[in-house]
Design a protein around this ligand. Structure first.
Ligand code: AHR
Length: 308
């Protein structure tokens, strides 16, 4: 049998695997599932050991997970903070433990930006603006007041705050556009449907437009609109954010007017950044990607190339 003369134990050459602790929010949407898959696949491809923790939408669970990553002495931590506020204490603990921190997708409102190495994600204000600009353009073909109901994301989350802000800024260009009701639908289909039912009950045919902070709530609301005997995308225009496959299917079916893209496929960039940080390299303070707007007219053509 063949044998090899080994001069030194193999372990002397074996490279230590980088360990990344990742605190994910949960699985509230199609987007979030795609994001989790992207992180897991990219970690495996990069030869990184990923310690994955699902917080079930609770900040306290995320804080516990972060403390356990510190105790386990992981090389890098990735965090998608469910809400913007209340992170300073635990982020300081991470900094004191000298573990580089990557904020992925959502960010925090901490004044001390030295608490994290980088933020990798998208500009949520811009996404809200693009949604509003689409409506301002569409308003040119509409008569009279344009009454909007808004389904907000999770209360206190960066995308809910920023997508609201961006949309409100953009619709100022057309004074006929007014937000008549605005409530959280927690970024889920079920809650989006439930809140839309309440909006329809309260405002009925006064509603001209639904603006949902994500596709899942938009899709849930479409069901509510249909059950109320109205035609989504016709009687009530529907605008949402994310660009998931479900939204493209709804557009192809003629039920959703437009989706603003926000890619969940951040895994590869997070993993290459984690490798750089583990090697002691400096990385850009923020890596913010570019989004696109996909109106229903382009949906069938775009669908085959959509990756999430
Ligand atoms: O933080 C990004 C948002 O969170 C996505 O728009 C939404 O679908 C997700 O749950």
């Amino acid at each position: 049998a063949a044998s090899f003369a080994v001069a030194a134990p193999m372990s002397a050459f074996a490279q230590k695997k980088i360990v990344v602790g990742f605190s994910q929010i949960g699985a509230e949407s199609e987007w979030r599932t795609a994001n989790t898959n992207s992180m897991k696949t990219a970690a495996a491809a990069a030869g990184i050991e990923l310690k994955f923790s699902d917080a079930q939408q609770k900040q306290e669970n995320q804080i516990k997970a972060l403390r356990s990553f510190i105790a386990q002495k992981v090389d890098v931590i990735a965090l998608t903070p469910v809400v913007e506020s209340g992170w300073d204490t635990v982020l300081k603990e991470i900094k004191d433990a000298k573990i580089p921190l990557i904020l992925m997708d959502r960010s925090v409102d901490s004044k001390d930006t030295s608490l994290y190495a980088t933020h990798i994600g998208f500009d949520f204000v811009k996404e809200g603006e693009m949604a509003g600009q689409w409506l301002v353009e569409k308003a040119k073909t509409m008569k009279g007041d344009i009454n909007v109901v808004e389904l907000q994301g999770t209360v206190g989350s960066a995308p809910a705050i920023d997508r609201k802000k961006g949309f409100e800024a953009a619709i100022k260009a057309e004074p006929r556009i007014k937000i008549i009701r605005s409530q959280t639908g927690d970024f889920t289909r079920a809650k989006g449907k439930e809140v839309m039912e309440a909006f329809l009950k309260a405002e009925g045919k006064k509603i001209n437009v639904l603006y949902a902070h994500n596709d899942d709530m938009g899709i849930g609301a479409i069901q509510a609109i249909e059950e109320a005997g109205l035609k989504p995308a016709k009687d009530i225009l529907v605008i949402s954010v994310d660009g998931v496959k479900g939204a493209f299917e709804a557009m192809i079916a003629g039920k959703l007017n437009v989706t603003v893209e926000c890619s969940p496929l951040l895994g590869p960039l997070v993993m290459s950044t984690a490798k750089d940080l583990a090697a002691g390299k400096t990385v850009p303070r923020s890596l913010i990607g570019k989004d696109g707007v996909y109106p229903m007219e382009t949906a069938a053509k775009e669908f085959p190339s959509r990756q999430y």
